[in-house]
Write a protein that binds this ligand. Structure first.
Ligand SMILES: *[C@@H]1O[C@H](CO)[C@@H](O)[C@H](O)[C@H]1NC(C)=O
Length: 171
C-alpha cells in the first residue's frame, strides 16, 4: 500500500517536473526572443511580426469575399498581403488580432474573422456605426487570418480609413 502510494507520488512528481520543465523552456524561449528583438542584438521593435492595414475606398463586397485592406500602415516582416488581404502567421504563438469596420449609410454590415477556413468571431455594424473585434489567438506557422464578408448580400463597408485590420505577435 505504502509502496503504491510512493510510486504514485513519484509518478505525480515526475509529471510535475515535466510540466515545469516545459514552462521553463517556454519562458527561456520568450527571453531569447525578447533578446533577439532588443536593440542590443540588432533587432529593435521592428522584428516583431505586426501589421495594420486600412480600406482606402468604400466597398460593396460580394458574398464570402475576403476584404482586402489595401492601404498598409505597418507590415513588419511582410506577413500581411495587400493583394490578398491575408495575414499568414510566420511562427507558432499567441497573436492579438483586431479589426474595426464601419458600415455605409443605412446599411447593415456582417463580416467574419477567419483562420484558414474556420470562422472565429463575427463583426457587425449598421448605418455608419462601427463593429470592433479583438481576439487573442494561438496560431500555427502558416495559418491564414482574414476578414471575410458573410453570406448576406447588398451590404457596404466604409473605406476612407474608417475600416481597418491589425495584428501582432505577442509571444
Ligand atoms: C441612420 O442614422 C441617421 C443618423 O443618426 C438617422 O437619422 C437615420 O434615421 C438612420 N437610418 C436608419 C435606417 O437607421
Amino acid at each position: 500500500m505504502i509502496c503504491i502510494s510512493i510510486m504514485a507520488s513519484l509518478i505525480c512528481f515526475g509529471s510535475l517536473v515535466q510540466c515545469q520543465k516545459n514552462e521553463i523552456v517556454e519562458d527561456l524561449l520568450n527571453v531569447i526572443f525578447k533578446l533577439k528583438k532588443s536593440k542590443c542584438y540588432g533587432g529593435g521593435q521592428t522584428s516583431i511580426p505586426a501589421f495594420t492595414a486600412t480600406l482606402s475606398k468604400d466597398l460593396t463586397p460580394q458574398i464570402n469575399e475576403i476584404i482586402i485592406f489595401d492601404s498598409v500602415k505597418t507590415n513588419v516582416g511582410g506577413h500581411y498581403s495587400s493583394s490578398t488581404g491575408i495575414f499568414t502567421s510566420p511562427r507558432n504563438g499567441l497573436y492579438m488580432i483586431s479589426a474595426t469596420m464601419r458600415s455605409t449609410a443605412t446599411k447593415h454590415l456582417h463580416c467574419e474573422l477567419m483562420v484558414n477556413e474556420g470562422m472565429k468571431v463575427k463583426i457587425f455594424g449598421t448605418n455608419y456605426s462601427t463593429g470592433t473585434i479583438s481576439v487573442v489567438l494561438l496560431l500555427k506557422t502558416g495559418d491564414k487570418v482574414s476578414i471575410k464578408k458573410d453570406h448576406r448580400s447588398g451590404e457596404g463597408i466604409l473605406g476612407r480609413e474608417w475600416s481597418m485590420f491589425s495584428g501582432y505577435f505577442i509571444a
